[in-house]
Design a protein around this ligand. Sequence first.
Ligand SMILES: [Mn+2]
Length: 327
Amino acid sequence: MTNDELLRASDMLRANHSWHIFTHRKADGDAVGSANALFEAGISAGHSVKWSSPDAKLPIGYNYLPCFSEHTTIETLDFPDDGTLYVFLDCANQTRSVSGFPQTGSTNSLNIDHHEDNSHYAQVNCVDGKASSTCELLFRILKAGEWPLSRSIAESLYTGLFTDTGSFTFSNTSPLTHNIAAELIELGAEPGHMTDLITQNKTVCGMALWGRALSRIEMFGEENKFALTRLYAEDFRETGADMTETEGLPAMLMSIRGLKFAVTLTEYPNGTKRLSFRSREGSPFGAGEIAREFGGGGHERAAGASFEGSVDEACAKMREYLLEKSR
Ligand SMILES: [Mn+2]
């Protein structure tokens, strides 16, 4: 990513005074963090800004971010050509967010993302598959364009850096990631405080839900390199946990010694059914590769897809599939 490319994105943001920001379905820390940072940057510059996604609710743990409550739920939009700049954050393709986006490529739009499989759907695409997070890339855009960076913008960006790198532990953590984290700390994001805000925010109900998932882990394959667990809709109802409280659970499985690849199958109380894949070095295949085979997407180490049918059937099929594929 050259400085000119960063400036091109920054100039587009500067020239357009009305923005509509979109984040992907089932937002994570990077999506919420980047949207918060950009929202605040826009408002501070005197722009009019909106932020939407199909999510009925964002993960409640991120409610310390200043623009958290600005999010509105939209399933579809007709994307009027009224001078609004449509900004997609952390969305590998436009189907990951609000539907109805025209495929013509001429809609006034900007795509800021770090997914390797990004489909370059917008008029201007600022995509860097090497960036740890959308927040890392957004920081570089804002810095290149000399946008003022407040302490709360720094905290929003730090949130995405922290969560998408698994607390600076995943292989996407580069020297640049740490340099940017250092700059964010200089701007006022305190690492200890941020870690508390991001990680020490579970509810007892959420912990009970995790307990159910952890108690159902099945290890299989050669040297137990695969793990699988499941959550049923009843688990949410019976524990009182919110739908968004599964965040962090798939990554938690990866703390099992020797594990290379993990799948979490979740049936949400609203009927949505999700597969979450995590992989690490030494896995016979990447998380993204498997997710794409199931019609989903994501990164080498973390990816997701949806599934149909009963949870137990899907688990049995997944187990067979992984064993077969690694043979
Ligand atoms: Mn991301």
